[in-house]
Design a protein around this ligand. Structure first.
Ligand code: NI
Length: 178
């Protein structure tokens, strides 16, 4: 297992659509282990494979609070089967968009189909924080970020900030190389 670097905005890979897992084999399980270790080290409550540069449909989540025992879940090919009409709102953040938090409204309950660590087909019904985290991570598999669910103005402010920061870093690297 290894902690892997997490991609941040404006890395274009975050906008990529991830490919389905053909089979949950040792390679996929090793990826799941790396993702869990990376998520816990960050720390975060969820991570999608594309956030560590792997464009494959795998997510890991752990909605347990700090004072609760760890409750890791690994999901391959997660798919939302049903979403409630009732909505709920959480202040969301993302390890790929550090230090920015915004209220996002999503369906309050979802039913999700996925393959578990052993490749068995499973379903989970989630509400509360878990429902939000699952939707947030499944979005990543289609290149969708939580900032896509907020106002255009707020999104542009955040995206521009990361673009400027990346430009400054590139310029500093070029100067250092002179
Ligand atoms: Ni995220």
């Amino acid at each position: 297992m290894a902690v892997r670097p997490i991609l941040t905005l404006p890395d274009p890979r975050l906008r990529a659509k991830s490919a389905p897992v053909a089979k949950v084999d040792a390679h996929v399980r090793a990826l799941m282990d790396d993702m869990l270790e990376t998520m816990y080290a960050a720390p975060g409550v969820g991570l999608a494979a594309i956030q560590i540069g792997e464009a494959t449909r795998v997510i890991v989540v752990d909605p347990a609070r700090k004072d609760e025992p760890k409750a890791p879940m690994t999901l391959a090919n997660p798919r939302i089967l049903e979403a409630s009409a009732e909505m709920s709102s959480y202040e969301e953040g993302c390890l790929s968009i550090p230090d920015h938090y915004e209220e996002v409204e999503r369906p309050a309950r979802v039913r999700v189909a996925y393959l578990d660590r052993d490749g068995a087909a499973r379903e989970i019904e989630a509400d509360g924080l878990l429902a939000t985290v699952l939707q947030h991570e499944i979005d990543h598999l289609d290149g969708v970020l939580f900032v896509d669910h907020i106002s255009r103005l707020k999104r542009q402010l955040i995206v521009k900030k990361f673009q400027k920061q990346a430009k400054r870093e590139a310029e500093a690297a070029a100067t250092a190389a002179d």
